[in-house]
Design a binder for this molecule. Structure first.
Ligand code: RI2
Length: 312
């Protein structure tokens, strides 16, 4: 049976009370750590079974959010490696908990680091456009402002959830002069306001450098290319999707259509895809905690940093 606290975390990820890739990864890893602490079994095999069962259940909560399986896999791969050393149950718990806590710390430190690296790409006087609500993209814009650069931001409403309202609020609270527009105004405002730079987040990034992010991002990419505006993606390497190495396609989540409208529309089919894919050729740089990378570099990171090519 899946641990109760894990079921609760799974449900909170699914209903989006835990959202944003970092919080999803931290939430998943912490719930596995807590379930391990609460498990009474004193046999490593049973502890391992607990982790495997909880992990498999958690990973299903949101199919598009790659930090979820990455965090779960990180815990499971580490646990499996530990069992190979034949530890006692106490040592197993202690060592695994230490590694999970280090992972959580590193994950939480990644965003401010990306903020500092990304801010190097922002020049004084820049107008920056962003989409949806990415804490990582916000970190870049807010850090540039904190460093004394005169920057302005334009955000999109981001239907149907309206996460752009959050972004506008957060940037404004950080002191950045911010404008909020409807999604369909992005191309008009890009030209009208002479946008200098696009910074968006990512839900996941494929081995080939394509970016999965909130629906509308790929339109922004096309518009940016048309206007020769740099398109930056701010995302920690935990978003790199190892499943795509062997050619698996990203799953695009479609959510309940009641999020779009409650109007009766007899005979009309409603669809609510919430992500789209921006191909690598529309992306200039991916700003990560290990530096600014061209999209073609993602595979090297998956291989060198996570050893994924070897795991396949
Ligand atoms: P950070 C969000 O998805 C947005 O698509 C955003 O760009 C992306 O996660 C990354 O956000 P959702 O969780 O990890 O709102 O940069 O569906 O905060």
């Amino acid at each position: 049976m899946v641990a109760e606290n894990v079921i609760e975390t799974h449900d909170r990820i699914k209903d989006m009370s835990i959202r944003g890739a970092e919080r999803i990864a931290v939430g998943a890893a912490s719930s596995m750590r807590d379930a391990l602490a609460a498990e009474r079994a004193d046999d490593v095999g049973k502890l391992m079974a607990r982790l495997e069962e909880d992990g498999a259940f958690l990973a299903k909560a949101r199919p598009s959010a790659v930090t979820l399986p990455n965090a779960v896999n990180f815990v499971l791969v580490t646990a499996r490696r530990l069992t190979a050393e034949n530890p006692g149950p106490d040592t197993f718990r202690l060592e695994l908990t230490k590694v999970i806590e280090a992972f959580i710390k590193e994950t939480k430190e990644a965003i401010p680091k990306i903020g500092r690296i990304g801010a190097r790409r922002v020049e004084d006087g820049y107008t920056i456009m962003t989409h949806c609500n990415s804490s990582t993209a916000i970190a870049v814009i807010a850090e540039a402002h904190r460093q004394g650069k005169d920057v302005r931001a334009i955000c999109h409403e981001t239907r149907p959830w309206g996460q752009g309202y959050l972004t506008a609020q957060q940037l404004s609270e950080a002191g950045v002069p911010t404008t909020l527009i409807v999604d369909s105004g992005m191309r008009y405002m890009m030209k009208k306001e002479k946008v200098d730079l696009i910074v968006v987040g990512a839900d996941s990034i494929t081995a080939h450098g394509a970016v999965v992010n909130k629906i509308g991002t790929s339109i922004l990419g096309v518009c940016a290319k048309e206007s020769r505006i740099q398109f930056l993606v701010a995302a920690q390497t935990l978003k790199f999707d190892p499943r795509t190495i062997m050619g698996d396609l990203e799953i695009i989540e479609e959510r309940d259509t009641s999020e779009i409208t409650d109007k009766e529309l007899p005979g009309v089919q409603l669809r609510n895809p919430v992500f789209d894919i921006t191909p690598a050729e529309y992306v200039d740089l991916i700003i990560t905690e290990i530096g600014a990378l061209p999209p073609s570099y993602v595979m090297n990171v998956l291989n060198d940093r996570f050893g994924w090519a070897k795991e396949q």
